[in-house]
Design a binder for this molecule. Structure first.
Ligand code: NAD
Ligand code: UGA
Length: 473
């Protein structure tokens, strides 16, 4: 076994929300390492290589600046695998791991198709000793599968010197919109593995900017499971406070006051207790459902039910908000114009995956409303894609859905003649709107629905606007 491994060439498969920013930060701190990020999505790679940094495929504060320093210095994006796998000492697997839509475990289990494809390609093209790092979020014990594929996909006459692999788990904890800060100042770096030389090699990379005290080591399975557990705990806090928001609406308690009071207990902590339209994003739902699937598979039904309820409360919260809007608008939204402010799943990102705005907009459209959708970072094609995805084509041809919404980038134009405006994303600019102007643009009687605590009730009360904030009666 090799004693000290010095990493000179890294390859990352997957140029998405994790692969792109993570490799950019590593490249920035490790100019001595050459990094190639491969993705079979040519359009995405072209966008990563676009001279105009406003066209990067991912919007993250601070990302453009790093890319301008490292791209084509020691960070390269390509859709051509070429010899990059062969030449790499370390390969990060950073591909998508969505929920299976068909077959065994459909709707809950992770679809490992893309991870398996990577393992097969690495097995085929790898040369010498290669460290394979799981960066994607994976079901516990996936490393076993990867190792099996790596060790059993080539002819037995190839010896260990020609080709051998070690697998590490190094889950990513960044949150979108804050990715660069999270990568620069992580709460912890988790490395799960068995081979000490490989663990040390990965640790050495992080030590270029992360204090040693923040790097923790576990076995492979603890590392894989810690990632799923961390997401489940975070999402559970949101479902907990959202369930209390409903209780506030019927008791007169104020959910923001409750959240503040509860969060002051050091054992609970104040972060991640903001009520809202439910958690979105590509990961919380899929990771919890994956946990649920694993628990059920292992016969732990009570544990599965416990975690599944976090997802059920989340869907219920979205339905609840939609029903509240309809009932406040006198039980009828047919042909009323409603403006959706914010379509991303949170602020500071252009990501709309699993955004609560999708389900809420779709339900309002299905009930007959005419929507104007606005967002600072989303484009109309993305909105169409998301509405199309949840649309039941048999019931509503997509052309019918298309007639029921339009996109308007400018916030003020988007509220013109609307009966109601509905805040679904907490973009900072929504906290500083000119309400005097907005109140003159809307159709009377006008309504404001705030699910993200971005407005000031007292200010709006003076302007003849009817108002509902999440948690209010
Ligand atoms: P993503 O969909 O944005 O990116 C994945 C990329 O991998 C895609 O561009 C896809 O084309 C590419 N890809 C898939 N298979 C490939 C192959 N065989 N060869 C080349 N390219 C391939 O996904 P993401 O948001 O970056 O997430 C990646 C993983 O990281 C997931 O497991 C996710 O759960 C996890 N994660 C995501 C976040 C987040 O904030 N998005 C945070 C932590 C962890
Ligand atoms: C989340 C985790 O925070 C990351 O640690 C993790 O790495 C990542 O998932 C992942 O594995 O993909 P992310 O989904 O990017 O990150 O964003 P969050 O900030 O966690 O927000 C998720 C959702 O919860 C958003 O819709 C957000 O608006 C909502 N939220 C968050 C609330 O409704 N209330 C809160 O108090 C916090």
């Amino acid at each position: 076994m090799v004693n000290h491994i010095k990493i000179k060439n890294i390859c990352c498969i997957g140029a998405g929300y994790v692969g792109g920013p993570t490799m950019a930060v590593i490249a920035d701190h490790c100019p001595h390492i050459n990094i190639v990020v491969i993705d079979h999505n040519k359009k995405r790679i072209n966008a990563w290589n676009d001279e105009n940094l406003d066209k990067l495929p991912i919007f993250e504060p601070g990302l453009k600046e790093i890319i301008s320093r490292v791209r084509n210095r020691n960070l390269f994006f390509t859709s051509n695998t070429g010899d990059h796998i062969k030449n790499s000492d370390m390969i990060f697997i950073s591909v998508n791991t969505p929920i299976k839509t068909k077959g065994l475990g459909a709707g809950q289990a992770s679809n490992l198709y893309w991870v398996e494809s990577c393992a097969r390609e690495i097995a085929l093209k790898g040369k010498g000793f290669t460290i394979v790092v799981e960066k994607s979020t994976l079901p516990v014990r996936t490393a076993e599968t990867i190792k099996h594929i790596l060790d059993n996909s080539t002819n037995s006459n190839i010896n260990q010197v020609e080709k051998s692999f070690s697998v590490l788990s190094n889950p990513e904890f960044l949150s979108e919109g804050n990715a660069i800060n999270d990568l620069e100042n992580p709460d912890r770096i988790l490395i799960g593995g068995e081979d000490n030389s490989s663990i040390k090699a990965l640790e050495e990379i992080y030590l270029n900017w992360v204090p040693k005290s923040k790097i923790i080591h576990t076995n492979l399975w603890s590392s894989e499971l810690s990632k799923l557990t961390a997401n489940a705990f975070l999402a559970q806090r949101i479902s907990s406070i959202n369930s209390i928001s409903a209780l506030c609406e019927t008791t007169g308690a104020n959910v923001m006051e409750v959240s503040h009071a509860v969060g002051l207990d050091k054992r609970i902590g104040s972060e991640f207790l903001n009520p809202g339209p439910g958690f979105g994003g590509s990961c919380f739902k899929k990771d919890i459902l994956n946990l649920v699937y694993i628990c059920r598979f292992l016969g732990l039904d009570e544990v599965a039910d416990y975690w599944e309820s976090v997802v059920l409360i989340n869907s219920w919260q979205q339905k609840r908000i939609y029903s509240k809007i309809v009932s406040k608008l006198y039980g009828n939204i047919l042909n009323k114009q409603l403006t959706i402010l914010g379509f991303t799943f949170k602020s500071n990102t252009n990501d709309t995956r699993e955004s609560p705005a999708i389900q809420i907009s779709y339900d309002l459209i299905s009930e007959g409303a005419q929507l104007v959708i606005t967002d600072p970072k989303v484009n109309p094609q993305q909105v169409r894609f998301e509405l199309n995805r949840i649309n039941n084509i048999q019931e509503n041809p997509i052309e019918e859905i298309d007639k029921k919404w339009k996109f308007e980038r400018d916030t003020y134009k988007s509220v013109k003649d609307s009966d109601a405006i509905i805040f679904l994303t907490d973009w900072e600019e929504y906290r500083h709107l000119n309400w005097e102007e907005i109140s003159t643009l809307m159709r009377l009687p006008s309504w404001v629905f705030d699910t993200r605590n971005v407005t000031n009730k007292n200010k709006l009360a003076q302007l003849n606007l009817n108002y509902w904030k999440l948690g209010d009666c």
